[in-house]
Design a protein around this ligand. Structure first.
Ligand code: F6R
Ligand code: MG
Ligand code: MG
Length: 392
């Protein structure tokens, strides 16, 4: 019998694609998952969050749910950031949903002001809502999809870092078979994934198709301060699989007002990367920007919800992962995905790397290069020396 060529094997696999039935919708209505976040005041300093603000946010979203504006919600926090997780049927960039988030943030800001919490309303850069929270300070990750027979999603939330922090794990999940076995084993994934990459400095985006454009992708997204993966979709059917918030507060505000502390949604299983493949990408505590004054590199430490309180040198940067099953729009969860001893070694390594980086003090590469600090107060400090420099 003639041997099958790799292409034949591949075609045979695709013909046997048994996972499509999972994409037959439980109901055929689109649902939208919106994660909108902002720092509206820290407790104590920028380290953590006051429960009174969580109560206020829950009350606001509970009202909206009882009026049918949203289907379901969950309120969380990571470090000093308030995270509003909502499901609804209104699509992405919906004015009503964004206004609800904005009003929730402003109500929480009022409480933060009463309690004199630190940096009350820090991320609310405008006075009045103008139709979308995008460009007003909050971070947004939203996706619209038809709910599958079973819909597992993981919502990642980080503190003391920026959206470029997702680039490395997103590449590993959707581009690296050494991380995601499904890329070579699962017929639904073997064609690869498309990455949408935003150039935050130019305000332009490009779509790169992987694996064939992997080197172009890495050439861009290795520069995490400028190019950020905003979404990923499965190539064979364009199914949306991951969306990240890509706002950069410093670029919006024109001066440093805090790091973006990004969020990201990833759908899992049944022809998409498994929950364990998605989480595996965080087992390496890679260096990210955003530690102390948004001006230092440090390792991204995956922690359980209750350990998302960056205190040492305001860090090191943290990421939490909230797992949900979405059931007819209801958010079943969250399950605390990093609350697992299998991440203990990652955390230990992160602490060792944190210690190593800290010993550099004000020296690069712990401290960010000057261009990355252009919106901080350092140029003002250096400005005082301007006239003392003499031509050599
Ligand atoms: C980093 C962060 C903190 C602050 C630092 C100084 O994102 O939030 O590291 O930058 O605590 O804060 P201020 O200038 O408010 O005293
Ligand atoms: Mg803060
Ligand atoms: Mg924060």
């Amino acid at each position: 019998m003639a041997e099958k060529s790799p292409a034949d094997v591949c075609d045979a696999c695709l013909a046997l694609d048994s996972y499509d039935e999972d994409f037959i919708m439980a109901n055929d209505k689109n649902i939208t998952l919106s994660v909108i976040k902002a720092d509206v005041g820290g407790f104590v300093g920028h380290s953590s969050f006051h429960p009174a603000l969580l109560d206020t946010a829950k009350e606001k979203l509970s009202n909206a749910k009882s009026k049918g504006v949203i289907i379901d919600f969950h309120v969380m926090r990571c470090g000093d950031d308030l995270e509003l997780i909502m499901t609804h049927d209104k699509g992405c960039d919906n004015k009503t949903i964004h206004e609800l988030a904005w009003n929730t943030f402003t109500a929480c800001t009022e409480v933060a002001k009463e309690l004199k919490l630190y940096g009350a309303g820090q991320d609310l850069l405008k006075d009045a809502f103008t139709g979308t929270v995008k460009g007003m300070g909050p971070g947004v990750a939203e996706m619209e999809f038809v709910e599958r027979k079973s819909e597992p999603v993981i919502i990642f939330m980080a503190d003391k870092t920026s959206a470029g922090a997702w680039n490395l794990p997103l590449y590993k999940v959707f581009g690296d078979p050494f991380n995601t076995a499904g890329l070579i084993i699962d017929p639904s994934m073997i064609e690869g994934f498309c990455f949408n990459v935003l150039d935050v400095k130019e305000g332009k985006a490009i779509t790169l198709s992987c694996p064939e454009e992997t080197y172009y992708l890495l050439a861009l997204i290795g520069a995490t301060n400028r190019y950020m993966v905003s979404s990923v979709s499965r190539k064979k059917d364009n199914e949306i699989t991951a969306v990240a918030s890509t706002q950069r507060l410093s670029l919006i505000a024109g001066k440093y007002v805090g790091k973006d502390d990004p969020v990201m949604i990833v759908r899992c299983q049944s022809g998409l990367p498994a929950v364990g493949e998605v989480l595996e990408a965080f087992s390496f505590p890679h260096l990210v920007q955003g530690w102390m004054r948004g001006s230092h590199h440090g390792p991204l430490m995956p922690v359980p919800f209750y350990e998302a309180n960056p205190t040492r040198f305001d860090g090191p940067p943290r990421v939490i992962a909230a797992g949900f099953q979405i059931t007819n729009g209801r958010l079943i969860g969250p399950h605390d995905m990093f609350d697992d001893p299998s991440f203990d070694e990652t955390r230990r390594k992160a602490n060792n790397v944190a210690e190593y980086m800290r010993r550099h003090g004000p020296f690069q590469p712990h401290r960010l290069p000057l261009e990355e600090m252009e919106y901080t107060t350092l140029p003002q400090v250096l400005g005082k020396l301007k006239d003392r420099f003499e031509k050599q």
